[in-house]
Design a protein around this ligand. Sequence first.
Ligand SMILES: [Zn+2]
Length: 267
Amino acid sequence: MKWLFFFLVALFISCEQKGAHKSLADLLASGQWVDLTYEFSDNTIYWPTAESFRFDTAFEGVAPAGFYYSAYNFCAAEHGGTHLDAPVHFAKGKWSTDQVPLANLTGNAVVIDVSEKALRDADYQITPADIEEWEKRNGEIPGGAILFFRTGYGAFYPDAKKYLGTDERGADAVAKLHFPSIHPEAAEWLVKNRKVKAVGVDIASVDYGQSSDFKTHQVLYAQNISGFENVANLDKLPVKGAYIIALPMKIKNGSGGPLRIIAWLPE
Ligand SMILES: [Zn+2]
């Protein structure tokens, strides 16, 4: 009988190895993609002092040779709509847009929902206690995670008055910004206690609207942790289990850039 036992063990191991060799296509055969990106258009939300998205027609119609043809020019600030903040945006010498490694733009998502508090208070700042409370229920944030905070303000996009607190533009509008985001103490806590690759928010900035020193940006980016801002559809992600692919336009020496970010939800 002993041989039978060893035979079964050997069979089990070979099956296990076959499982390990599943191709990426096999893994992606059941599940679905979720687009976490807003389209770029006249409605795209930009910081009050940043240039908005411009989309000009170079040609649209039937060309003299008889075929249909269209081509456009676009122009925009790096920081608007769904976009990457490269660490160099607030930390000299850290990664620029083209330098952020692909390994840091892909990984397992963790979603901390603070919408109940944030929707009650547009100046809400996410605290270390919010993170610890999430961990009590869901376990420690794993190393290498891409961490999202869901404020619930994504539901207001692209209504600037509700989303940013003001729809005014220009330097004077900055003081009128009211939206929730991450308290610098929470950023300090993360940097000290956990190892995340990037932090994403469903709002225009990783600092709250009333911030004037952008301390959360400074703390995270000094550790080469990137920011993803104006991330769409966070309400469609589970608290964990989604896989993120976030690919910015590869701007050499850029401080950020338009970001196509998607999530894979396994079955
Ligand atoms: Zn930004």
